[in-house]
Design a protein around this ligand. Structure first.
Ligand code: NDP
Ligand code: MG
Length: 389
């Protein structure tokens, strides 16, 4: 039996992962499931999968979790330290699907103990790609991409020589506002931004899809994960979301990866890698689809893309600053304190503020310090913006 853990089990990726694992109860021993506020779901899944331990990141919910697991024999734990301890439990395969920079430390713990880490938490790569790679190299652990675009690139590269790779193109759906004017976007509400035309995902990544901050993070993720130069990484808007990524080779060939917008493909690929096994996803009917379209992803319309280029060129800890400022800006947008288009302004302003943090050595303490600094600076920028609204 393979020992598996799922961090962020109660979220969209976590639930899709559980759907696949629950189909083969004899193949997996579930070690740890982690969640946040959704205690009922966490306890239900822990019982159904007979997990060894269930952990919520919120210390004040320990009593609720214990009550929900009463009589099951499953350990209940809560808080930051408990999350770290659960992440350090030996497991063969770990799904990293917490949302935000909070996913970094549990992912690093899993890598340190040598697990194969299926990485949905793109923030880990954006904040500390070099640290993730170095930790995996040191323990002999493997990181497998779960973000659909990166899974697609990974699959297109099997058996290929990296020296023959000329370019990588990741596609963007364009999100909720792809056909909206600038003026309409300026007035967009959080509810409108959290409605995705093609994918069913968590609230935050859906809002990031509308601003193309999600694609901006994925450009950085591509750069860090595949160690490809920024000028070889492109993005294009592909409203149908059927082609996830393309890899261009030196002989002119362009290998495209197609699939329905169902995350269980990329999760399942990482679960069964290096094999391919049957997965419960729809098969594409090309004739019914008829055609695929592409449009330019214009950095003038989507400043997040320009900022991602800046981060890739600057390197160092600029990704940690970029991500933390973006997380705080999104909280402010969701709370109605700033507008949709203001989020990019916050990130740009914070990125320009301190080079000291960005130039520090890439170590966990420095990443956390850069993250902390960016959150404080972003709050100051947002307070000033909110006053001028
Ligand atoms: P969700 O918001 O649906 O789920 C997030 C999970 O993290 C939940 O289990 C939540 O618990 C938990 N969580 C929230 N805050 C914290 C915290 N501070 N500490 C620990 N756990 C926390 O997100 P998604 O599943 O959509 O996304 C997860 C990750 O995967 C993100 O990094 C996203 O960018 C990436 N991803 C997602 C895709 C998708 O299709 N959804 C596609 C590609 C990448 P609870 O809900 O119980 O509070
Ligand atoms: Mg993606």
């Amino acid at each position: 039996m393979r020992r598996v853990s799922i961090f962020g089990a109660t979220g969209s990726i976590g639930q899709n992962t559980i759907d696949l694992i629950a189909r083969h109860p004899d193949a997996y021993q579930v070690v740890a499931l982690t969640g946040g506020r959704n205690i009922a779901q966490l306890a239900r899944d822990a019982r159904a999968l007979r997990a060894e331990v269930a952990v919520t990141c919120h210390e004040d919910l320990l009593g609720d979790l214990k009550a929900a697991l009463e009589g099951s024999g499953i350990e209940a734990a809560a808080g930051e330290t408990a999350m770290q301890e659960a992440a350090a439990r030996p497991a063969d395969w770990v799904m990293s699907a917490i949302v935000g920079a909070a996913g970094l430390r549990p992912g690093l713990s899993a890598l340190s103990q040598g697990a194969t880490l299926a990485l949905a938490n793109k923030e880990s790569m954006v904040c500390a790609g070099a640290l993730m790679n170095a930790t995996a190299d040191a323990s002999g652990a493997t990181i497998l991409p779960v973000d659909s675009e990166h899974s697609a690139v990974f699959q297109a590269l099997v058996g290929e020589d990296m020296d023959a790779v000329e370019r990588v193109i990741i596609t963007a759906s364009g999100g909720a506002f792809r056909d909206w004017s600038h003026e309409e976007m300026a007035r967009a509400t959080p509810e409108q931004a959290a409605t995705h035309p093609n994918w069913d995902m968590g609230q935050r990544i859906t809002i990031d899809s509308a601003s193309l901050f999600n694609k901006a993070m994925e450009l950085i993720e591509t750069h860090e994960f595949f160690r490809i130069a920024p000028d070889r990484i492109e993005t294009v808007i592909h409203p149908e979301s059927m082609i996830h990524a393309l890899v261009g080779f030196s002989d002119g060939a362009l290998m495209a990866h197609l699939g329905p917008p169902d995350m269980r493909h990329a999760i399942g690929y990482a679960l069964h890698w290096p094999d391919r096994k049957a997965l419960p996803v729809d098969r594409l009917d090309l004739v019914a689809l008829g055609q695929f379209t592409f449009r330019e992803a214009d950095p003038a319309r989507y400043p997040a893309l320009r900022l991602a280029r800046e981060v890739m060129e600057t390197g160092g800890l600029s990704g940690a600053v970029f991500n933390a400022a973006k997380e705080v800006a999104m909280d402010a947008f969701i709370d109605g304190r700033i507008g949709f288009l203001d989020m990019a302004g916050v990130v740009e302003e914070v990125l320009g503020r301190d080079k000291g943090h960005i130039d520090a050595e890439i170590a966990l303490d420095n990443v956390l310090a850069a993250d902390h600094f960016a959150r404080q600076e972003a709050s100051t920028v947002i307070a000033a913006m909110a006053q001028n609204r």
